[in-house]
Ligand binder design. Sequence first.
Ligand code: GDP
Ligand code: IMO
Ligand code: MG
Length: 429
Amino acid sequence: MPVVIIIGGQWGDEGKGRVVDLVARKADIVARYSGGNNAGHTVVNEFGESRLHLVPAGIFYPDKVCVIGNGVIIDPKVLLEEIDDLQSRGVTFDNLRISGRCQIIMPWHLMIDRLDEELRGKGAIGTTARGVGPCFSDKVARAGIRMADLIDPEGFRERLSFALPYKNAFLEKVYGAEPLSFDEVYSTYSEYAARIAPFVTETAELVQDALERGETILMEGAQGTLLDLDAGTYEFVTSATPSSMAAGAGVGLGIGPTQISKVLAVYKAYQTRVGNGPMPTELMGEEGDTLRERGHEYGATTGRPRRCGWFDAVASRYTRRLNNLTGMVMTRLDVLDDYPTIKVCTAYRLDGKVTKIFPSSTRALMRVEPIYEELPGWQKDTKECRAFKDLPPQARSYIKRIEELVGCPIDMVSVGPQREQAVIINPII
Ligand code: GDP
Ligand code: IMO
Ligand code: MG
């Protein structure tokens, strides 16, 4: 099983890090290939609870090679803080490899992310304020600085001399902000570069060599398909290129489409979203608060409360089809343990008509009313279940109904945040 991709099937935070941490034991290489430190992947294992923003979730296994592929954008300060924190808890980094093609998040990206959101006012996206959108914009505009530039003192001087005057003009003239000092940026980022340089290598070569040896690569997606620049609820999406969809994954690591063997998406047993934008099944008021508290639904990156609602099978069928999933993983089933009844959205009512299509118009999506089917809850603790037959019958029926509505088998069900709290139905690797 050479290449397995794990992506998010909803609006991010589905539990991708948790799933990768479990499955990684059977992989040789674990790789991030998209997004940046807007991602927050929580892993709970023998090292305690870790929130990974850039480091792949395979890092806890010293014998796995962990790759940060070319599609990831890197804030060097955040990466070094993450490495320091994990090292202080006994995690080793001998096997971390970083692509020289990764774009770098520079101080102006952080400033522009905040200033842009202020300018958008009521139309703000609710970004993570990590500089991600402006960094990807510069990548596409061919104005970015890459890791290979950063770790080459002369190359960095050249790229910074080109980029900074242009960005300072922008900051001063468009936003009325203070310009940045060349010397300060150069010296701070050169210090980061010196520490990161030993990890940088030709990762695409490394990955292809591993595939030739018949090794297994586990690809850890960031964000979710509903946050994808193309497929998501534009403009309330992230800016990642390559995309948060399976189709873009190979681009961010140096793998061709014909080398991919399996694509799985992670879905929560309900729905959450951080930031702004449409969310048809969002529960407002007390109902939403109850679900948030039961699930401790607060962002792993920004700590913001997540918007919570019932499982949206219309949106999930849409993301299943776009990614041609080979399987699904359902997480957080245990959060629903106490509910006497559970709702699932099976269709939308849009301007008086019933539809199962996830509309491309964001305004239309803001208007849709969810049509629910109500299923009996199980009101039993599922956290100790380790086999499908251990789950209460109503929980099994809930899983089966979601498989039917989304149109894809569920290969694994997670019943708690810890590594072993899982029911494996079909082995992922
Ligand atoms: P990611 O960004 O997709 O990796 O997900 P996050 O880490 O942002 O959010 C998922 C949250 O759910 C984390 O706090 C996990 O520890 C937690 N989690 C994952 N799976 C389960 C589960 O099955 N049950 C419970 N209760 N929590 C889970
Ligand atoms: P993981 O990998 C949840 C959301 C932000 C905002 C929008 C744009 O942990 O699942 P950005 O900073 O990317 O420009 O913000 O995207 N967002 C996420 N939401 N999980 C994530 O990553 C996210 N990454 C970005 O909240 O709505
Ligand atoms: Mg997250």
